[in-house]
Write a protein that binds this ligand. Structure first.
Ligand SMILES: Cc1cc2nc3c(=O)[nH]c(=O)nc-3n(C[C@H](O)[C@H](O)[C@H](O)COP(=O)(O)OP(=O)(O)OC[C@H]3O[C@@H](n4cnc5c(N)ncnc54)[C@H](O)[C@@H]3O)c2cc1C
Length: 380
């Protein structure tokens, strides 16, 4: 693959940068911001020419947009679950009716989505899903509990993996349902307070919630759910690395300011972070066009998750006692007043869990790449 930025990409970069500079303000309301992005046509760049309200962009232009976004003052996205996970899944598995109902509001930044996969007894072992959906005429009644549901408190819709065949086990008898969140008395969202003092994810309780849209047909939920997870990667990896580079730059600056950079061990660790980030970038570019290596996504996840955690540890190390590594140093009442280094340290503890934990990535590499004997059924 010939990966480079041509003159058209640079024109696109200037357009993206100018637009972001003139529209993005720190602290913008995230829901309003999604609509601003949507009305300017910046949502759905990676959908291809779907005809559902998105503007089309080449792969390199998608990278350019992701890079410029990461460099800008724009707030973190709250529409990314709909844009990057559900939309490609609908394009691949949805009916025409579902595409025309759901894609335009995602492209417009008007409807936000959350992901209802994990349950108290089904995380790494997602096939343990117990949330049940029972037919009621042409619709379903959904009952059960999801957990760690990011942005459920802001979302209009949730895609839910539920068991529609009573008595079925593992990945059989599951169905991928689209559930509207505004169902008082039938859906309850309870925020979970994190180590950082904020609540970005939730427990979601369904008590006979109404759902009428099935993606991919009843009983095919596992196939659709796995296909969606395949969309978790892509150009966003490169944007993530731009963010990582900014964070590393801050840590280096703090190390110089505090004098920690004079310590040869700290210097060595900083240089290692820099070198590993370069390696991750080339690896991401190499695999962007679709790698034949079935272990590539797992290797990438293992690399960045560990890298980011080590950066968080370095961030508080170079600040010394002033960073207040123990929670006692912070105000007791949440949300805590955390600075960037403290937030990085605390939030990055989750990096080795979500999107598939380190142990699960190693199992995938062991089984699918190295050909080692598979774990006993039910273990993963
Ligand atoms: C910040 C964040 C956001 C999230 N957002 C969402 C969301 O929006 N929607 C959603 O559905 N989920 C979400 N999750 C949940 C996430 O997908 C799960 O946390 C993840 O799948 C792990 O599942 P678990 O928490 O149940 O841990 P468990 O599966 O119970 O694992 C606990 C520990 O045991 C290890 N382990 C488990 N099985 C094995 C095995 N077979 N071999 C070796 N080690 C094993 C794991 O690696 C881990 O260290 C989020 C999680 C986080 C941290």
């Amino acid at each position: 693959m010939d990966f480079g930025f041509g003159p058209e990409d640079e024109t696109f970069r200037r357009e993206a940068r100018d637009w972001l500079v003139s529209h993005a303000k720190p602290g913008d309301d995230r829901r309003t911001w999604e609509r601003t992005l949507g009305s300017a046509g910046w949502i759905g760049l990676g959908w291809g020419a779907s005809g559902y309200g998105n503007r089309t962009a080449t792969l390199t232009q998608q990278v350019v947009w992701a890079e410029e976004y990461a460099r800008s003052a724009a707030p973190p996205r709250s529409g990314h679950i709909g844009e990057n996970l559900l939309a490609p899944t609908l394009i691949a598995h949805g009916t025409e009716e579902q595409k025309s109902r759901f894609l335009p509001p995602i492209a417009a930044g008007a409807e936000l989505w959350c992901q209802g996969y994990s349950e108290p007894g089904a995380g790494s072992d997602l096939a343990g899903v117990r949330t049940a959906a029972v037919r009621a005429g042409r619709a379903y009644r959904v009952t059960g509990q999801k957990i760690w549901t990011s942005l459920a408190h802001e979302a209009d819709w949730c895609f839910v993996l539920a068991r529609t065949e009573p008595g079925s086990v593992r990945h059989h008898g599951l169905t991928f349902l689209l559930v509207p969140m505004d169902q008082p008395g039938r859906i309850e969202v309870r925020p979970i307070r994190q180590l950082t003092g904020t609540s970005d994810f939730n427990e979601v309780f369904f008590d006979g919630a109404h759902a009428e849209h099935v993606v991919g047909g009843e009983g095919n939920g596992w196939r659709v759910a796995m296909s969606l997870l395949g969309f978790e990667r892509g150009v966003s990896t490169l944007a993530q690395q731009i963010g990582f580079a900014e964070e590393l730059g801050e840590v280096v600056r703090a190390a110089v300011e505090s004098g920690a950079a004079r310590d040869p061990v700290v210097r060595e660790r900083l240089v290692r972070q820099w070198a590993e980030l370069r390696t991750m970038r080339w690896n991401a570019l190499r695999t962007l066009g679709g790698s034949a290596d079935p272990g590539a996504p797992s290797v990438a996840k293992l690399l960045w998750a560990g890298w980011h955690q080590r950066l968080g540890e370095l961030a508080v190390l170079v600040r010394g006692a002033a960073a207040g590594v123990g929670p006692v140093a912070w105000s007791a009442s949440a949300p805590y007043e955390l600075d960037a280094a403290q937030h990085l340290f605390l939030f990055s503890r989750a990096d080795t869990l979500y999107g598939g934990s380190d142990q699960i990535q190693r199992t995938i590499i062991a089984e699918r790449v190295l050909g080692l004997p598979r774990e006993p059924k039910g273990a993963v």
